[in-house]
Design a protein around this ligand. Structure first.
Ligand code: NAD
Ligand code: MN
Length: 515
């Protein structure tokens, strides 16, 4: 995947060397790809955020209305780039969760399950259009609350959020055609729990197919990134979605647990850590609840000697540093064929030193803030383990802002398969580089992980792509590109990366009973 370029019309670079004067130079667009190393910087280009209307407090969204949590408890959501408190978020307990589930059940029995697919589709189209209308504001909020760069939230997350609602709106009245000869029926009330790395996109992945299939929902966003979900609730109100069809309860793990354990839930969809996924699996064992899990990953990117190296390095860079590495399908292990090890390492080193780390609201920023202090500590701990186990760290010399949570783009060489950094999900901008000789060795090493979410292959030979792809135990394999998403394409994992698929017609199945 190519790096997403900013749309600013002209690039101004400030010369820091030479005769001691600041010299501003306007660069033609064709020179954007020049390697300026650490000698040049762009002038700041912050996205406007002064019109953003943050509430002081976000309440729970139950039965179409914003309501206070019964216990009156709130917690703060902060901006991880500034450590500034953005707003108070309601903390739902088991009582509030029960109200939300009851509202969803009533809406299911009395309204939503009685509507035709065509009518449900109309609501989803309306929601998709409202998301498009408000997409700039939502992108800025997403960036402020979660730390991801504006060029990602604006150019990747929000367009995909709308696309998912449009796509599943189209299926709402065509379910019999998606599953010919079978009679698809909705399940009832779905409990959906999502993580913080793509807050609105994960909400869309879960809500759009559930609603298209005729289910009602109780959604729980992640505790560090709840704000955009509550703005989405306002969109549901504006779309006049019937009360109780979507309910949103905010809070941390306890709130999630109350939702999982609620006896009147028919289906749980979870995206997050493998640890919590396993816990959920245990707690619903023996119940009739259906379950899909989208958990962690430790994806292999495999680069062969015959690959176009510059292009491949660019794709590998975006595959791991995209969204600060907060991506379950991030290409976090790189396998380089031995003959090109030296040039690949040199190019990686040069390229990470030009990635711009800093203000996520700046349109030129490549690497934004780490989502939370806890996540930063986890990254640091795993990097330390890599150093202790004998791997060598290459890190960008980027200067990090003094406030907020940051980690420079980094990679390890000298990694062996037994190192923790080769096995465990770092979930940060840190790549582990290893080598291989033959395609067979690449496949074996790539598959040597408890995970199986995604993988990437870089080669000039189509035949090699097909040979490798069929042997990789990964739910998604990208060839000569990486981290490309589309609502029509199913996504999900093998092994400890979970089960069930989201996206495409596959993504309808977890929300239907098919006889
Ligand atoms: P997490 O699994 O703890 O949280 C994900 C969601 O589950 C959040 O909404 C959280 O509130 C909720 N939750 C937590 N405990 C729960 C419980 N017992 N029952 C029900 N819901 C519960 O993940 P995290 O703390 O945000 O991140 C930890 C690690 O998870 C990360 O370092 C990363 O490795 C991984 N992760 C993976 C993905 C992914 O897309 N697969 C996304 C985010 C994080
Ligand atoms: Mn936040």
């Amino acid at each position: 995947m190519a790096r997403r370029k900013s749309s600013s019309p002209q690039l101004i670079v400030l010369s820091k060397d030479g005769d001691g004067h600041d010299r501003r130079v306007a660069l033609p667009a064709k020179d954007r790809r020049l390697n300026f190393g650490d000698r040049w910087e762009y002038a700041p280009a912050p996205e406007a955020s002064n019109y953003i209307q943050l509430k002081k407090r976000y309440e729970l969204f139950i039965n179409g209305r914003f309501v206070r949590p019964r216990a009156g408890k709130y917690f703060y959501s902060i901006n991880p780039a500034t450590e500034e408190k953005l707003a108070q978020i309601a903390e739902a307990d088991a009582y509030d969760v029960d109200l939300a589930v009851k509202a969803a059940r009533r809406a299911y029995d009395n309204v939503w399950s009685k509507l035709s697919g065509r009518e449900r589709g109309k609501y989803l189209y309306r929601i998709a259009r409202l998301i498009q209308e408000k997409s700039r504001e939502l992108a800025v909020l997403e960036t402020m609350d979660g730390g991801k760069t504006i060029k990602e939230s604006r150019d990747v997350d929000l367009p995909l959020v709308a696309a998912h609602f449009f796509y599943y709106a189209g299926w709402a009245d065509k379910l019999e055609y998606a599953f010919p000869g079978r009679s698809p029926r909705s399940l009832g009330v779905a409990g959906q729990i999502i993580p913080w790395n793509f807050p609105l996109l994960m909400a869309a992945w879960k809500l759009a197919p559930a609603l298209a299939c005729g289910n009602t929902v109780v959604l729980k966003p992640a505790e560090t990134t709840s704000i955009t979900a509550m703005h989405l609730a306002e969109i549901f109100q504006q779309a006049e979605l019937p009360d109780g069809v979507v309910n949103i309860v905010t809070g941390a793990g306890e709130t999630g647990r109350a939702l999982v354990d609620h006896p009147k839930i028919d289906k749980i969809a979870f995206t997050g850590s493998t640890e919590v996924g396993k816990r959920i699996l245990k707690s619903i064992a023996g119940t009739k609840k259906k379950l899909t899990l989208e958990l962690g990953g430790k994806a292999a990117n495999i680069i062969f000697e015959d690959a176009p190296i510059d292009q491949a390095v660019e794709g590998i860079i975006s595959g791991i540093y995209f969204n600060q590495g907060h991506v379950c399908c991030a290409g976090s292990r790189l396998f380089v064929q031995e003959g090109i090890f030296a040039p690949v390492i040199r190019k990686l080193r040069d390229r990470i030193s030009t990635l711009r780390v800093g203000n996520p609201l700046d349109k030129n920023t490549d690497i934004g803030a780490i989502n939370s202090k806890m996540q930063l500590e986890k990254i640091c701990e795993l990097v330390d383990s890599g150093l202790q186990q004998g791997a060598q760290l290459v890190q960008s010399p980027a200067r990090l802002p003094s406030k907020g949570y940051w980690y420079p783009p980094s990679f390890f060489t000298g990694v062996t398969a037994s190192h923790r950094i080769a096995q465990e999900e770092i979930f940060g901008p840190v790549l582990s580089v290893m080598t291989f000789r033959t395609p067979e060795e690449a496949i074996e090493r790539a598959n040597n992980t408890p995970y199986g979410l995604s993988a990437g292959v870089w080669t000039d030979k189509g035949s090699k792509i097909f040979k490798i792809v069929n042997k990789l135990r990964a739910g998604v394999v990208w060839a000569n590109t990486y981290n490309k998403f589309d609502p029509t394409s199913p996504f999900g994992g093998y092994k400890e990366s979970g089960f069930g698929r989201e996206g495409g017609t596959h993504g309808l199945m977890p929300y239907l009973a098919l006889d």
